[in-house]
Every structure is written in structure tokens, then in C-alpha cells.
Design a protein around this ligand. Structure first.
Ligand code: NAD
Ligand code: IPM
Ligand code: MN
Length: 352
């Protein structure tokens, strides 16, 4: 169980320290952690946000635990040198096309949700976000129009095979849950989405036990706050999935709670090779204060044990320890409490 630890920038290092402590406290035989530089810190040290040695380390690992990247000082660099390219590069270089972002309300946290408690209580959904395509990875650029003004452009596209493989991931996920899949697109306007919808419908023929529905993304954003309990599995493209998952995080209470797994086709001895990360970023506004919520990263480590190492029991233990800490009122500022990053890490380790 070789795990590459890429903490990154800002609160990435703070939340990672707690996730590592939680992992080490399990004393799993055969677990080896090694660290690499990604993001702004890697750019400063090596001149690139995803140095060759980091990529080699990622390839040599069975799983990657990732913190967050991004720093305001890098926001005007050439795009290929920006910290965000580290996570985008890992996702594409390693073929991690399926991003699983579960969202459910911890008992006792209903009042922390931005929604009414009775609406929040019903949330138990999984966003399956495509991660290797869409407007993220198409050609892009800035150019001058014939009229002499600047114009920015980004190419949005999905190929049939890209949609088909993420659709299979989502249908299988629905089979393992409540058997409902909602595909979110913008087929009323975008050809990319029309192809998406057509292919999802074709794949549906292989999963007669899954109830498939379709929703336009604007309506999905609205339904997510009106009645999030209606969703089981949501499958959507890279851009819509990015936005809807941040929104889902506030429906359950905080972005500091949402974990994710990014999976591809490569297998490990006991599961699937993957990259695990909180859905949040480096949070420059609170970095260095020791108040970031590490739960999303700790829960990402649990997902790693489940998906890459086949250690369901250990994953469930971590999740139960986090739930217990929440129930006991160990909450950070993001959830209206006063616990520091380290105190939250301590509380989870104690409950393990
Ligand atoms: P962000 O997720 O970093 O922060 C958004 C807001 O949520 C901030 O107010 C922040 O303080 C709060 N927040 C985030 N995580 C928190 C936590 N664990 N505990 C408590 N509060 C938390 O998004 P942003 O501000 O739009 O982006 C900041 C930087 O992070 C940018 O450079 C962006 O590109 C990058 N980013 C990186 C990743 C990643 O590494 N996967 C993801 C998102 C954003
Ligand atoms: C995320 C982030 C990334 C994304 C950025 C940092 C490239 O927002 O993981 O959700 O847009 O995918
Ligand atoms: Mn995001």
C-alpha cells in the first residue's frame, strides 16, 4: 500500500497533516507514505506545478492522497505553470476519469446546512463527475476579433467513448445504492450535452434495474436546494459536476466535509488505483490560521482505503470516528464551532 502524499498549498498542508495522523494511527501493516511537491510550492521549488519527479512518484504509487493547490501569487502566470495544472495534470496523465463525490448529512449537523433542517436531513447522494474531458481539456486561447477586441475561447466537447465509460461507472454506482440515476446536462442548448444524453440513454439499455432520469443543469441547481433528497446518483460532465458539488457541500453543511475519489481503469492488488482529495481548494483566506476543517481530507483517506486497498472495515471505522466527533460537537469555524484543525484531527484519532 504505497501512498503518495501531495499536500500542496495553503490549507492543503494543514488538513493533510491530520489525515496522515489518522492513517498512521491505524497502524496498517504494509502502509508506506511518501511525500511529493505539487502546486505553487512545486513551482517555487522546481519551476513547475507538477514536476517530473512528482509524476513519477504518482505512477509508482498505489494511491495518491491530495490536499489542495492554488495560490493568489500564481494567478497571472502562464496557464501551464499555474498550481491548478498539478491536479488537472494528474487527473489526465493518470486517466482518472471518474470522480466520485458523495454528500450526506451527518446526524446532528442538520442545523449547519444552509437549507432547512428537514430538507437537509434527506440528503444522501453521490455525484459522479466526468474528469478527463469537457471544456476543461479542450483547446482554449485568447485572440483578437476582426473588430480589434480581445476574445477568450474554450472548446467544449465530449466523445462518445468518454461519455460511455462514465455512464457505466454511474449506472454501476446506482446499482450499489438505491437504483436511481439522474443525468444532468444542458441538452436544450449544447450539442456536447445532446451527445451526452444520447449515449447515456444507449448505455441505460444494459441496466434495466436502474431508473434513469434526465435534468437540465439549471433545474438541477435549483432542485439541489429545493429537494435534494430526490437524488441518489447524479452523473454529469466535468464543469457542471465541479459547480454542483460545491453547491451540494453547503447543502450538507460545509465544503470542509466533502471528500472525493478519482478513479480510472488501472487496478491495484486489492482495488483500483486512485487519487483522493477533498473537493475544496487551498482557501487562501484562512490559510495559516489553523482553523481549516480537515474532515474532508480524512474522509478522502477513508475512500482510499475502500477503493484502492479493499479495506472497507478501516474505511468505515474512520467514517464512524468522524461522525462521532461531529455528534460530540467537535466542529470547526466552518460549522459554527471553535475547534482548530489539530483539535479536530485529535478528536478523530481519539475516537478511532
Ligand atoms: P476554496 O475551496 O479554496 O475556498 C472557498 C471558501 O471555502 C473559502 O472561504 C474557504 O475559506 C472555505 N473553505 C474551503 N475549504 C475549507 C475547509 N476545509 N475548512 C473551512 N473552510 C474552508 O475555493 P477558492 O477560494 O475559490 O479557491 C482558492 C484556491 O484553491 C484557488 O487557487 C483555486 O484554484 C484552488 N482550488 C484548488 C482545488 C484543488 O486543489 N483540488 C479545488 C478548488 C479550488
Ligand atoms: C476541484 C477544483 C479543480 C476543478 C480546480 C482546482 C482545477 O475546483 O477539484 O473541484 O475545477 O476540477
Ligand atoms: Mn471545484
Amino acid at each position: 500500500m504505497k501512498v503518495a502524499i501531495f499536500a500542496g498549498d495553503g490549507i492543503g498542508t494543514e488538513v493533510m497533516a491530520e489525515a496522515v495522523r489518522v492513517l498512521e494511527s491505524l497502524r496498517l501493516p504494509g502502509l508506506t507514505l511518501f511525500e511529493g511537491d505539487v502546486g505553487a510550492i512545486a513551482y517555487q521549488r522546481h519551476g513547475h506545478p507538477l514536476p517530473a519527479e512528482t509524476l513519477d512518484m504518482a505512477r509508482a504509487a498505489d494511491a495518491i492522497l491530495f490536499g489542495a493547490v492554488g495560490d493568489p501569487s500564481c494567478d497571472n502566470l502562464d496557464r501551464h505553470l499555474r498550481p491548478e495544472q498539478a491536479v488537472l495534470g494528474l487527473r489526465s496523465e493518470l486517466g482518472l476519469f471518474a470522480n466520485l463525490r458523495p454528500a450526506n448529512v451527518f446526524p446532528g449537523l442538520e442545523d449547519a446546512s444552509a437549507l432547512k433542517p428537514e430538507v437537509a436531513r434527506a440528503i444522501d447522494l453521490l455525484i459522479v463527475r466526468e474528469l478527463n474531458g469537457d471544456v476543461y481539456f479542450g483547446d482554449k486561447g485568447m485572440r483578437e476579433t476582426p473588430g480589434g477586441e480581445r476574445e477568450g475561447w474554450d472548446m467544449m466537447s465530449y466523445s462518445e467513448s468518454e461519455v460511455r465509460r462514465i455512464a457505466h461507472t454511474a449506472f454501476r454506482a446506482a446499482q450499489g445504492r438505491k437504483g436511481r440515476l439522474c443525468s444532468v446536462d444542458k441538452a436544450n442548448v449544447l450539442e456536447t450535452s445532446q451527445l451526452w444524453r444520447d449515449v447515456v440513454c444507449e448505455v441505460a439499455g444494459e441496466y434495466p434495474d436502474v431508473e434513469l432520469s434526465h435534468m437540465y443543469v439549471d433545474n438541477a441547481a435549483m432542485q439541489l436546494v429545493r429537494n435534494p433528497g430526490q437524488f441518489d446518483v447524479v452523473v454529469t460532465g466535468n464543469l457542471f459536476g465541479d459547480i454542483l458539488s460545491d453547491q451540494a457541500s453547503m447543502c450538507v453543511g460545509s465544503i470542509g466535509l466533502l471528500a472525493s475519489a478519482s478513479l480510472g481503469e488501472r487496478m491495484t492488488a486489492h482495488g483500483t488505483f486512485g487519487l483522493y482529495e477533498p473537493i475544496h481548494g487551498s482557501a487562501p483566506d484562512i490559510a495559516g490560521q489553523g482553523i481549516a476543517n480537515p474532515m474532508a481530507t480524512i474522509l478522502s483517506a477513508a475512500m482510499m482505503l475502500r477503493h484502492s486497498f479493499g479495506r472497507e472495515e478501516d474505511a468505515a471505522r474512520i467514517e464512524a470516528a468522524v461522525a462521532k466527533a461531529v455528534a460530540d460537537g467537535v466542529l470547526g469555524a466552518d460549522l459554527g464551532g471553535t475547534a482548530s484543525t489539530k483539535e479536530i484531527g485529535d478528536a478523530v484519532v481519539e475516537r478511532l
